[in-house]
Write a protein of this length. Structure first.
Length: 136
């Protein structure tokens, strides 16, 4: 069920599994305002539907800003999600191996810093990610 679509993200919800899927947007210096809006909509949808499980598909997006600016966006998103009852987040990683290794290191640093209230795991395989979310 499509819950939201804008120029950057599309939020699809499966009520049978309570999983919200989002294709992660391309992120560049020109899209900061749009990303902030999209992240606010993501939080709004998660809170309104009391969603517990989130699947982020990062396989095809591009991040064209520096790490610090990206970290700032993720901190903002994390702050938004703290006010929800989200319990699990699975992330499908980039298909580019070098980029994904860097993304995993970056994610670990942010998880250590932010200590999210929800479980977070990276996956290379969509089936495994869904299996983990459904088991939770």
């Amino acid at each position: 069920m499509l819950l939201h679509r804008d120029g950057l993200i599309e939020l699809n919800y499966d009520p049978a599994t309570d999983i919200l899927s989002v294709s992660w947007p391309d992120i560049n210096i020109y899209s900061r305002t749009q990303i902030t809006y999209s992240f606010a909509k993501l939080r709004e949808v998660i809170a309104f539907y009391d969603i517990k499980k989130l699947l982020i598909d990062s396989r095809f997006n591009q991040v064209l800003i520096d790490e610090e600016a990206y970290s700032e966006l993720i901190r903002e998103l994390h702050g938004n999600l703290r006010s929800t009852r989200l319990a699990m987040t699975a992330r499908l990683g980039s298909l580019t191996k070098l980029r994904e290794e860097k993304a995993k290191q970056h994610a670990k640093q942010l998880i250590d810093e932010l200590k999210p209230s929800f479980a977070f795991r990276n996956f290379d395989d969509a089936g495994m990610a869904l299996q983990w979310l459904k088991a939770g």
